[in-house]
Design a protein around this ligand. Structure first.
Ligand SMILES: CC(C)(COP(=O)([O-])OP(=O)([O-])OC[C@H]1O[C@@H](n2cnc3c(N)ncnc32)[C@H](O)[C@@H]1OP(=O)([O-])[O-])[C@@H](O)C(=O)NCCC(=O)NCCSC(=O)C[C@@](C)(O)CC(=O)[O-]
Length: 356
């Protein structure tokens, strides 16, 4: 059950007063929340129409990092026949600035994707490297895994085991994803035991963290808590991340429920961009701006490099900038409210000036 004013927040505020706690040890007993910005990958992969040019994607990545983001998904090495928008990810990696200490993750679905990435890294040897992290992904239902990866869950795990091994052997960090952790667009309600088993296997493969995806964006906070309680029977909550889409408008509430359950890493997307091509009808990820706003004046601190956090006002501007490049408005509620307030303030200033 949601207990946002009780035990976990008290623990969080107690740890806030402990100066010996560092960002590096941020885990479920800490009040530090890590954001993984997935806008350039999950956010853009579902865009219809022509492929967004790599220079625009690279500029998005750079702007996000300038706003304080330290973990950003820069793209995917997947089949362009399956996800055309992710073609050109190699170019994005080469064009973006590579800041030390920032993790620019890339999704790989199979050995081919990893091999292509390793070839790029060896041809562009530089310090720091273009990326130090890959994400591998599977799901909690066979139907979704078939739609997304053209194989069963078991086959995907068999395929991903050597991919993770090779990535680790080449000095890359490996993050894992389990999709459809609450509901599947093809088979409905998901068995949380299956989520637990798959998350456990990903961890055993060497993933430093497993992100739990409510791909459909249908979960409620109570379901999120129930699901995390089941998964954390086998996987320490400090190794889990929450990844919520906002189809039914519950994503911010689900983030708070995940934090209340002890999770301290949240995936989010600037401007609320996104959607999975294989989850029909699902909308974008929870907007990064909305998460940052919801955690203001709370016992939680969001980690980042802009004065120790991520700058909300800058993120709102980026959300508007990229949305307008895509020909629409930002869908972040907070981004829209910030812009409306600014417009109001400017109008009032203008009125005051005209009275002088
Ligand atoms: C895994 C495959 C390739 C299997 O697809 P397949 O058709 O079974 O693969 P295949 O081995 O038969 O290859 C088919 C063609 O793709 C090529 N190919 C094969 N692999 C690659 C590669 N890595 N990069 C580039 N090309 C590749 C391969 O060379 C061949 O080319 P052809 O001979 O026809 O010209 C395909 O299903 C695929 O790419 N799937 C990716 C789907 C995807 O990216 N989905 C979105 C990301 S997951 C997500 O969004 C959820 C998440 C993470 O955000 C969390 C959440 O919200 O739940």
């Amino acid at each position: 059950m949601l207990r946002l004013t009780s035990r976990s927040l008290l623990q969080a505020s107690r740890s806030a007063t402990n100066p010996s706690r560092t960002l590096a040890t941020a885990a479920s007993s800490s009040n530090v929340v890590n954001i993984v910005e997935v806008g350039p990958r999950d956010g853009l992969q579902n865009e219809k129409g022509s492929v967004i040019p790599p220079e625009l994607k690279a500029e998005l990545v750079d702007r996000l990092v300038q706003a304080g983001v330290t973990n950003v998904e820069a793209g995917s090495f997947v089949s362009p026949k399956w996800v055309p928008q992710m073609a050109g990810t190699a170019e994005v990696l080469k064009r973006k600035t590579t800041e030390p200490g920032v993790h620019y993750a890339v999704l790989v679905p199979n050995q081919r994707g990893l091999d292509d990435l390793l070839t790029l890294l060896s041809s562009e040897s530089q310090s720091p490297p273009l990326t130090d992290e890959v994400s591998i992904f599977t799901a909690a239902t066979d139907a979704f895994t078939r739609a997304n990866l053209n194989c069963s869950i078991t086959e995907s795990l068999t395929r991903l085991t050597p991919v993770a091994r090779t990535a680790l052997d080449n000095g890359l960090r490996v993050r894992g994803y389990v999709s459809v952790v609450i509901a599947c667009p093809y088979t409905g309600k998901v068995d949380y035991k299956r989520v637990r088993e798959v998350a456990k296997e990903l961890l055993e493969m060497g993933c430093y963290e497993v992100s739990l995806g409510d791909t459909v964006g249908q979960g409620t906070p109570f379901e999120v808590e129930e699901m995390i309680a089941e998964v954390s029977k086998d996987v320490p909550v400090s190794k889990l991340a929450g990844h919520f889409h906002d189809t039914f408008g519950t994503a911010v509430a689900n983030v708070l429920a995940a934090l209340d359950s002890g999770i301290r890493t949240i995936d989010s997307s600037v401007g609320g961009l996104g959607g999975c091509p294989y989850s029909p009808g699902a909308t974008g990820n929870v907007a990064t701006e909305d998460v940052l706003y919801a955690l203001q004046n709370s016992p939680y601190t969001v980690a980042g490099t802009s004065n120790g956090t991520i700058d909300l006002s800058q993120m709102s501007d980026i959300g508007w900038w990229i949305s307008e490049k895509l020909g629409r408005e930002s869908v972040s509620r907070v981004g829209r409210a910030i812009r409306a307030r600014r417009t109001r303030e400017e109008q009032e200033k203008e009125k005051a000036r005209s009275k002088l």
